[in-house]
Design a protein around this ligand. Structure first.
Ligand code: ABU
Length: 574
């Protein structure tokens, strides 16, 4: 150790206030000179044992006791970072320390004995916790405070990568995907023109071709655009379908349209209704087609809804079929729906936001048979494929339609006389102008895993679902919402406390049962060891929905979930 570092360490360790309970002090590899006074400045990492969780974690950054000649304690501020002159060292230390915080968080997220969440009510977070304040000041905070803020932000958030986080369709944390997101943020470009995003634009092209071929579209077919989430992808599908049948709408607006009707199933995502509302068609123009007990659209009901819409003087033009409904994970009968759409001359969209990932598995892809007949498809790689949020595409069978429908040829951005092939300026296909680069993390993950890696990931998630399904089937204190094996990784069930189990079926039992899942979930969040969602659906009172998309989740975690629900249930209902 350099003599000067040793001296500083000794000074700090002997300092009565700063480092009394420090277990380790990591000196920086080299000194830095203050820009204004030339005094050596260092930052020290203070690690202490977190007594409550027995984990080592940062408590605070401490400044060097070195003082400016003016007796002001040296501190590092944002302005010390690059592009400041000689800012490399401070930048390096800042980012390295941030990386340490992130690595500790990732390890903790994957540690089964650590909590999924440390829940606080909104007012508690607003009031500030243990020095963590969300309020913004006029004066800048120093870098050490920013690092503590980063750490606290993660601390009071939810560890969605935890193997016992079952709450959402997007879970897990893929390290290559994370690296991809870092590279993307470092490049900090906008994916509207080849001019400023040449590599990313070509990657999009490659991935679209890959996805088209997985779907089964020919090389001559297929287009697409990345957009912020499945709801936006579905919005695009309605926009495109409407433009396809009524191209005058782009310029003449609603006056160019007859009264329209859209069709989608009762179990489909709310974004179809939202799209109708946003696009001025009106949510009342969405016909909800009945489903069977597993949540699949009934083709006969679709036909009859189309006829009903027509009899009311509406013009049906669009059918949404869902491949993987949000709650049940149901996959609509795509071929039957495609037959009906062909017969009535309707646009068929497949919302495969959740189910698209199944296409990567030889074992499960046949469940989506007929998807190649869709005019457009929503697919969210940020769900089943585990790409960090967000990563969603709208894929369109008809080449050129996205461009025709959305282009406005802004001359400041999409100049036609650029010196390269401007067909690679894909931004005018979008309804946005600026767009985040969502492609790179997906591309990098595909490189790292190959299609085979995605396949085994998907298979693993469905095996977990199968394991949970058979476990539940064998238990008397749980009841499956529907008896057949799920097609996707959603498993829906009730926990039945003894008091409810002893009640005869009827409204009174339903009332009691309706309250079980919310009560257990509230206690589950307070304790923080696992997390699962619940909802009512149709005539079914509140039930749990467990979904698997995290490759880190193993059978022991499924066992733990059931043990936790049982334990909490017994505590609440004993
Ligand atoms: N439809 C967006 C995702 C919903 C969910 O994670 O449950």
């Amino acid at each position: 150790m350099h003599g000067w570092i040793f001296d500083i360490c000794e000074m700090i360790q002997n300092h009565p206030r700063l480092h009394r309970d420090a277990t380790r002090i990591i000196p920086p590899p080299s000194p830095m000179l203050c820009g204004c006074c030339g005094v050596v400045r260092c930052m020290f990492l203070h690690l202490s044992a977190d007594r409550s969780s027995k984990h080592l974690e940062y408590s605070k950054w401490k400044r060097s006791p070195y003082k400016h000649q003016s007796n002001v304690i040296c501190s590092f501020l944002r302005l010390d970072l690059l592009p400041a002159k000689n800012g490399e060292e401070v930048t390096k230390h800042f980012l390295q320390e941030l990386l340490n915080i992130l690595l500790a968080y990732i390890s903790k997220s994957l540690n089964r004995s650590s909590k999924v969440l440390d829940f606080h009510h909104p007012h508690q977070l607003k009031e500030g916790l243990e020095g963590f304040s969300l309020e913004l000041q006029d004066q800048p905070d120093n870098l050490e405070q920013l690092l503590v803020d980063c750490q606290d932000t993660l601390k009071y958030g939810v560890k969605t990568a935890h193997p016992c986080f079952f709450n959402q369709l997007s879970t897990g944390l893929d390290i290559i995907g994370l690296a991809g997101e870092w590279v993307t943020s470092t490049a900090n470009t906008n994916i509207f023109t080849y001019e400023i995003a040449p590599v990313f634009i070509l990657m999009e092209d490659i991935i679209f071709k890959k996805m088209h071929s997985i779907i089964g579209w020919s090389e001559k077919e297929g287009d697409g655009i990345f957009c912020p989430g499945g709801t936006m992808s579905n919005l695009y599908s309605v926009l495109l379908a409407r433009y396809h049948f009524f191209p005058r709408v782009k310029t003449a607006g609603m006056l160019a349209l007859p009264p329209l009707a859209l069709l989608t199933s009762t179990h489909s995502h709310f974004s179809i209704k939202k799209s109708a509302a946003v696009l001025g068609i009106g949510s009342e123009s969405v016909f909800l087609v009945k489903c069977d007990e597993r949540g699949k659209m009934i083709p006969k009901e679709l036909e009859s809804s189309i006829r009903t819409a027509k009899s009311k003087g509406l013009v049906p033009f669009y059918v949404n079929a869902t491949a993987g409904t949000t709650v049940y994970g149901a996959i609509d009968p795509l071929n039957d729906i495609a037959d009906i759409c062909e017969r009535f001359g309707l646009w068929m969209h497949v919302d495969a936001a959740w189910g698209g990932g199944l296409l990567l598995s030889k074992r499960h892809r046949m469940k989506l048979q007929g998807i190649d007949r869709a005019s457009s498809i929503t697919w969210n790689p940020h769900k089943m494929m585990g790409v960090p949020l967000q990563c969603s595409v709208i894929l369109v069978q008809k080449k050129g339609l996205l461009q025709e429908c959305n282009q406005l040829c802004a001359e400041y951005l999409f100049q036609p006389d650029k010196h390269y092939d401007v067909s690679y300026d894909t931004g005018d296909k979008s309804i946005q102008c600026g767009r985040h680069v969502d492609i790179f993390k997906l591309w990098l993950m595909w490189k790292a895993k190959g299609s085979e890696g995605f396949e085994s990931q998907v298979n693993h998630c469905l095996e977990n679902a199968e394991y949970l399904y058979y476990k539940l089937k064998s238990r008397k204190d749980f009841q499956l919402v529907f008896q057949s094996q799920p097609e996707h990784s959603n498993v829906c069930f009730w926990y039945l406390p003894t008091s409810v189990r002893n009640m005869p079926p009827g409204p009174e039992r339903d009332r009691e049962l309706h309250m079980v899942a919310p009560k257990i979930k509230a206690k589950m969040m307070e304790e923080g060891m696992t997390m699962i969602g619940y909802q009512p659906l149709g005539d079914k009172v509140n039930f749990f929905r467990c979904v698997f998309s995290n490759p880190a989740t193993q059978k022991e975690d499924v066992d733990f979930l059931l043990d936790e629900i049982t334990r909490l249930g017994r505590e609440l209902y004993s």
